[in-house]
Design a protein around this ligand. Structure first.
Ligand SMILES: NC(=O)c1ccc[n+]([C@@H]2O[C@H](COP(=O)([O-])OP(=O)(O)OC[C@H]3O[C@@H](n4cnc5c(N)ncnc54)[C@H](O)[C@@H]3O)[C@@H](O)[C@H]2O)c1
Length: 312
């Protein structure tokens, strides 16, 4: 029986929810995906650059500050040490980070641990680091799932590299199980299907986790805006914003407004507020993405896999 051996890049909130989710659903009838049960998914490697996380077991690192994803499962000792990763960028919030590894060294770890699929949950804005880990995955013969907004699967050169290497690539930026982009898109689709002309729309998100902290930087927010706008596929004026509010912790509050022109030029407005736990919402689709990626490897399918799980 084959397994899905997963290497994790970025041991933050989303990874915490993913690791917890596998424990939570391990012995349940949670749906199989691509022929794999949840219990077939094993974590085999983990990389971060935070000194407090490096050297600890994955089961401990997921609870280390500044992670603040809620606890919904007991995670036993996993025997997966968090390894020092590769630093690709030089952001202020990385002061004190340790990331001296090269793609070759990361590839050595991936090979030695028998990892099949690398999942990236790097913070927004980490384009270069994403590319360096993708190179490590290629060197080690691993599939790559890019859960964050860096441009990888959308870049024909990277898509071609994975295709030529005979390896699957999934990306970019993960849809949540039930997130603001999904709701926004459903509303846009319903309006346009009914013949309403969308004039203006916004989606303002607020949250208190490190993802929202990183999005305070307009340059880093730009990537998130791009994938969200693509996910909405709305015409008219589209505005996407994010606000970091620490006391919200891992809760995400989204305010969505749509203004349209209905029959006879009459105006139509929709206002919606929704609140979700941000990180668990990302974990379910990741669990499916890694199982699809492994199945594609076993069946010799290479290049970008369109799973409908990604924003862009
Ligand atoms: N619902 C969701 O939360 C959701 C949905 C879709 C996409 N995403 C994306 O997933 C990504 C991860 O989100 P998160 O909330 O887990 O973020 P996070 O900030 O909690 O975790 C990121 C982790 O990456 C580590 N890191 C930073 N640089 C690194 C490097 N060079 N190598 C290895 N590790 C490094 C950090 O130390 C941290 O542990 C974000 O880009 C986010 O936009 C999240």
């Amino acid at each position: 029986m084959s397994t899905v051996n997963v290497g994790l890049v970025g041991i933050g909130n989303c990874t915490s929810s993913l690791v917890q989710g596998v424990e939570y659903y391990r012995d349940t009838d949670y749906p199989d995906c691509a022929g794999f049960a949840v219990r077939d998914v094993a974590f085999t490697a983990a990389f971060d650059v935070t000194p407090e996380k490096i050297g600890t077991d994955l089961s401990e690192a997921i609870w280390a500050a500044p992670n603040n994803a809620g606890a919904f499962a007991r995670v036993p000792y996993l025997g997966v040490p968090v390894e020092e990763g590769i630093l690709g960028e030089d952001f202020g919030d990385l002061a004190g980070a340790r990331g001296g590894r090269t793609p070759d060294q990361v590839a050595d770890v991936l090979r030695a641990t028998g990892t099949h699929v690398v999942v990236s949950f790097l913070p927004v804005g980490h384009q270069r680091a994403t590319e360096l880990y993708a190179r490590a995955a290629l060197l080690a013969g691993c599939a790559f799932v890019n859960c964050m907004p860096a441009v990888l699967a959308r870049d024909p050169e990277w898509a071609g590299r994975f295709e030529r290497a005979g390896l699957p690539l999934v990306g970019d930026d993960l849809k949540s199980q039930f997130g603001s982009t999904l709701v926004h898109r459903a509303l846009v689709d319903a309006l346009t299907a009914g013949g309403v002309r969308l004039r203006n729309t916004y989606q303002l998100n607020a949250g208190g986790n490190m993802d929202f902290h990183a999005m305070r930087d307009p340059a880093r927010m730009a990537g998130k805006k791009a994938t969200k706008a693509q996910g909405m596929s709305a015409e008219g004026n589209v505005h996407v914003g994010a606000e970091y509010i620490p006391f919200l912790q891992d809760r995400k509050v989204a305010f969505i407004r749509l203004e349209g022109e209905a029959f006879g030029g009459t105006s139509l407005e929709i206002e919606l507020r929704m609140c979700v736990e941000d990180s668990p919402s990302a974990a379910g689709n990741t669990l499916d993405a890694v199982r699809h990626a492994r199945r594609a490897m076993l069946e010799g399918r290479a290049g970008v896999l369109d799973l409908g799980l990604m924003k862009a």
